[in-house]
Design a protein around this ligand. Structure first.
Ligand code: CA
Ligand code: CA
Ligand code: CA
Length: 704
């Protein structure tokens, strides 16, 4: 019997779905028959037959052929699946009539089992709902009250406590429970949310279909039943009870994620409606927190407030917190940066920038690190003045100096105006701003905005002499020069945004090379520009001296700037030489529609001849790439002033970013095995693009 019992379970599932239910007539060969007792009062419309294995009950047309149905007042039926086939009675039979036929069929050697195919009348599968008649509904509950049911254990969840008074008369029924309905805004009608509380209790807490801050309207009806449970009745709905359930507010959203460009910024957030406010009055507080944990706050019940007490030059993270009596929720922090022109400075964090912002999380530089800028001198600029320390005017030739004298202690740039078409360049001011413009509420930010600039004037109206340049390096290093005050702030980094192919050799005993040799002894790093002649960098002085780091220029797209000097392959050294590494220097040919036109935005002056007003301007050149590298080196020394110049190069070169993979710079890369067995992959643009973040982190590792 066991296989047959197992089989019936499958058949029941199958046939219930069709609205039929079977009674089992089992067969063990000659056919003992039994029936499932629960449905004896149902009419039987036929049989369901399971044939023995090997019996083919259906011909190719689907007609059943395994039995002679005519003798049994049966008509062939259909395949039910799972090896079952129906056979229909010509009319509905009673249980006993059907069993008699089933017994006959079960005797067939072809048949394994026979089931009665009951017609399951509608009442049989509709038993769940008692009949709604013969019981007069009671009165509706009265005095329904809805109250906010918020609990601290579920701060964000809306709950409502409903209570009511039971009806006085039940019209002969028994109280079975209550039905709760809630108005559905979408369907625009009341829908049942609790079909039966199944309790005499006159209160309930509901939490489904509720939104904090959104008014909820409820009705309650009384459910009664008769003693034999045969009938139930539902009263009319009660009057409406309304409440706005509360919860903690939703996180506010800052209105603007743009830069704060004032020390007293107005901070605004998106207006919150009742739902966002959690259904309760909300107050807001704004907190701006700097990296050193100093804070400024303001508060409002409106949609903005004004921060005050922010300190220029600090980067703040700003959040707004919404608070109601259920609790507080804060916005996502927004990092705010002061310098309003930072958006022009693609070279900081752009695709082929130097990852400056990440580096600044570690250091923005320290004031004890001095970068000497050997250039045209300096002009007064509000974004730069505070970072300028003692410098010197090293130009000896009065015809070149334009300040009326030779060497003097005032490195102010009087301008290198040549003609109406060649106005003053303010080159030194631009280079200095790239390195150390302050991070504050004006203009740009330098690469190392907390280090100091020592302007050493070596370039005059007609350029600069090698001896002035060499003397400038020595003075910057702190070397005592007769007749000149010794540099009180010796530099750790010296920037030479100078490139000349008119005297193109840097001899080993030349003044410049000797000065550079001295810088190495003092572990000062000298950074030089590769030159702007679109030729071999080895032809450009002073980048072609030995022991300095020579910087080529790249543009917005991470390829060599069209003007930048480049490396050439040295057969004697077996590698590319000339440009050591690249940094953004700008390229107007690939900068269309890019910030600052793809150029380098920095401090300058609007005077055509002599100094005018401080302003900002865009330039391109290896003169701009070199100070970007110098700024990064200054950040490195800021973390570890004892770095050797060799360590500086090892870190810069080992952490460099890749050029654009489709660029000429990348295409030219060649791997070389050096004498010590290490390999160096370098090409016409050097080893890669400087990565401030990776370099600074590598220095941090040395400190561990
Ligand atoms: Ca002078
Ligand atoms: Ca001077
Ligand atoms: Ca600034």
């Amino acid at each position: 019997m066991k296989p047959a019992v197992k089989f019936i379970a499958i058949a029941l599932v199958m046939l219930l779905a069709l609205g039929y239910l079977t009674a089992l007539v089992s067969s063990t060969g000659t056919g003992a028959v039994s029936s499932e007792p629960a449905y004896k009062d149902e009419p039987v419309v036929g049989l369901v037959i399971k044939y023995r294995a090997g019996v083919v009950p259906v011909d190719v047309f689907g007609n059943q052929v395994a039995l002679d149905f005519t003798e049994q007042k049966l008509e062939p039926g259909v395949d039910v699946g799972l090896g079952l086939h129906t056979a229909k009675f010509q009319k509905q039979l009673t249980e006993s009539e059907a069993l008699a036929i089933a017994n006959q069929v079960a005797k067939s050697p072809s048949v394994e089992a026979v089931y009665l195919d009951h017609l399951l009348t509608k009442a049989r599968y509709n038993l769940a709902t008692p009949k709604l008649s013969n019981l007069k509904a009671s009165a509706a509950p009265s005095k329904v009250i809805a109250k906010d049911g918020w609990t601290s254990s579920a701060r964000t969840k809306a709950k409502v406590n409903l209570s009511w008074v039971a009806p006085k008369t039940l019209n002969g029924g028994f109280l079975w429970g209550y039905r709760i309905s809630k108005y559905d805004k979408v369907l625009e009608k009341y829908v049942v949310i609790v079909s039966n509380t199944k309790s005499r209790a006159t209160s309930i807490t509901v939490s489904n279909a509720l939104i904090p801050g959104e008014q909820a309207s409820f009705k309650v009806a009384t459910i009664t039943k008769t003693g034999n449970s045969k009938y139930m009745a539902i009263s009319k709905d009660s009057s409406v009870a309304k409440v706005i359930p509360s919860a903690v507010p939703q996180a506010p959203v800052l209105q603007s994620s743009g830069n704060i460009t004032s020390t007293k910024p107005v901070v605004a957030w998106v207006t919150q409606g009742s739902v966002e406010r959690g259904g309760l009055p909300v107050s807001y507080s704004v907190t701006a927190t700097a990296a050193d944990t100093s804070q400024a706050t303001c508060s409002s019940t409106g949609v903005s407030c004004t921060l005050s007490g922010l300190q220029a030059g600090k980067n703040y993270q700003v959040i707004v917190t919404a608070t109601n009596k259920r609790g507080s929720v804060s916005s996502t922090p927004v990092a705010e940066v002061f310098d309003p022109m930072k958006t022009q400075q693609w070279y900081l964090d752009g695709s082929y920038g130097i990852n400056a912002s990440k580096a600044w999380k570690i250091t923005q530089g320290t004031p004890s690190i001095v970068v000497a800028v050997l250039d045209t001198g300096i002009t007064s600029h509000p974004d730069l003045d505070a970072n300028v320390v003692t410098g010197y005017d090293m130009i000896t030739d009065t015809a070149n100096s334009r300040d009326g004298n030779g060497r003097d202690a005032n490195p102010s740039d009087p301008g290198d105006y040549e003609s109406a078409s060649i106005p003053s360049s303010w080159h030194g001011t631009h280079v200095s701003g790239i390195i150390a413009a302050e991070t504050n509420d004006i203009g740009i930010t330098g690469i190392a905005p907390k280090v100091k600039i020592s302007p050493v004037r070596v370039l005059g109206v007609n350029g600069g002499s090698e001896s002035d340049i060499a003397a400038g390096i020595n003075w910057a290093l702190g070397v005592k020069l007769t007749g000149i005050i010794q540099n009180p702030n010796p530099a750790k980094v010296i920037n030479l945004s100078i490139g000349s192919s008119t005297f193109s050799t840097c001899y080993s005993n030349s003044p410049t090379q000797l000065a550079i040799d001295e810088s190495k002894r003092r572990n000062v790093t000298i950074v030089t520009s590769a030159g702007n002649d679109n030729q071999l960098a080895t032809n450009s002085y002073p980048g072609n001296c030995y022991g300095n780091i020579t910087i080529g220029a790249t543009g917005f797209t991470g390829d060599r700037s069209y003007y930048s000097n480049y490396s050439g392959y040295s057969n004697t050294q077996g590698l590319y030489i000339g440009v050591d590494i690249s940094a953004p220097g700008g390229d107007d040919r690939v900068g269309l529609n890019k910030p600052a036109g793809g150029l380098i935005w920095s401090t300058t002056n609007d005077g055509k001849t002599g100094p005018g007003r401080a302003t900002y301007g865009a330039e391109q050149g290896t003169s701009m790439a070199s100070p970007i590298a110098a700024g990064v080196v200054a950040l490195m020394y800021s973390i570890r002033p004892s770095l050797t110049y060799i360590q500086v190069w090892e870190i810069l070169s080992s952490t460099a970013r890749s050029f654009n993979p489709n660029s000429d710079c990348e295409y030219q890369m060649v791997e070389t095995t050096l004498n010590d067995g290490s390999t160096l992959t370098t090409g016409e643009c050097g080893i890669g693009i400087i990565d401030a973040d990776a370099a600074v982190r590598a220095v941090q590792e040395l400190n561990k």
